[in-house]
Write a protein that binds this ligand. Structure first.
Ligand code: DGY
Length: 324
């Protein structure tokens, strides 16, 4: 029996081909976000859910799916899934770690460069047809080589960011809940600081933490006030790690110099002032958006889903207590 599966979004063709072959899709996915009522209605018949970051899989969805055997997320972050409610039903929740590390670090480093060197303002100037030619004082940005990058979090994507920073001649600091061993720090080429010291010392601060109740508004007005007035904040983790209103104030008042954001507190809405702030580079949650990465994410989600439905241990379970 093929597992009856709700795939909430249309995924890359090789992934859809496989899911059509190896599961029974309860809905033909479209390239749109399903309404909560549509998810609840479809979940009733499902053995498996394969959601993306755009769907909230809360206790109501889980309760509406009496046959549910796995929630196989398409993505590494799973804050949109009520893992406690799934665990209470002994349903494994899985994610897709590793396969999107390099693509996401590329976007984080791209945002760092774009904010430092004012790509957005330069591009808008050229496209406005108002550019009058090269100028010695035009759109002066910040040096990246020799600057200090502070990584908040020290997981896979932070480490990939550190590798990129070394290639650009940067000094790297990190803070995390657990300090790494001296050998790991040496391998990583990053020195540990507590969070406040890291914020105060860094020219660029890049966020690489999961979104949890503990990291909600980790970067608030007080944290921003600790940063240098010349500093740039980069966020490719989750929007609510940053207090977006406080960030707008900080960018307006010159508390910090700039920001590069790929994620927002209430996607796809932004704090309205952000749209008009010139010192802020904005991307539409593109971290893992390469064809290869999204295909690998889909294949990994399918591996997890099919393993759980066969009664095997899914390779990337985030609530392994349910497998004991
Ligand atoms: C992730 O994998 O967490 C990306 O942000 C998309 O969900």
């Amino acid at each position: 029996m093929k597992p009856r599966t709700l795939v909430t979004r249309l995924l890359p063709p090789p992934v859809m081909d496989r899911l059509r072959r190896e599961t029974e899709l309860v809905l033909e996915p479209e390239d749109r976000v399903l309404a909560p009522a549509e998810i609840i209605a479809a979940a009733a018949a499902c053995d498996a859910l394969l959601p993306s970051v755009t769907e909230t899989i809360d206790a109501a969805v889980i309760a509406a799916a009496p046959r549910l055997r796995v929630i196989a997320n398409f993505g590494v972050g799973f804050n949109h899934i009520d893992v406690a409610a799934a665990t209470a039903r002994r349903i494994p929740v899985t994610n897709t770690p590793g396969v999107l590390t390099e693509a996401t670090a590329d976007i984080a480093f791209g945002l760092l460069l774009a904010a430092a060197r004012r790509f957005g303002e330069g591009e808008r100037l050229v496209r406005s047809r108002a550019w009058t030619g090269w100028g010695p004082l035009q759109l002066l940005g910040q040096d990246v080589a020799g600057a200090t990058l502070g990584l908040v979090g020290c997981g896979r994507i932070a480490q990939a960011m550190a590798r990129r920073a070394h290639g650009f001649g940067m000094r790297v600091l990190y803070c995390s809940r657990v300090r790494r061993s001296a050998a790991d720090e040496e391998k990583l080429g990053a020195a540990y600081r507590d969070r406040d010291a890291l914020l105060a010392e860094s020219d660029f601060v890049s966020l690489h933490v999961a979104y949890t109740p503990e990291t909600h508004h980790l970067i608030d007005a007080a944290a921003l006030a600790r940063m240098k007035p010349t500093a740039v904040l980069v966020n490719t983790s989750r929007g609510p790690v940053v207090d977006e209103r406080a960030l707008v104030q900080a960018l307006r008042r010159g508390t910090i110099a700039g920001a590069g954001l790929d994620v927002f507190e209430r996607e796809p809405s932004l704090e309205p002032a952000l749209y008009d702030l010139p010192n802020c580079v904005l991307l539409p949650h593109l971290g893992s958006a390469t064809a290869g990465t999204r295909t690998r994410m889909g294949m990994m989600a399918a591996d997890n889903l099919l393993a759980a439905c066969r009664g095997e241990r899914p390779p990337n379970c985030v609530n392994p207590a349910v497998l004991a």
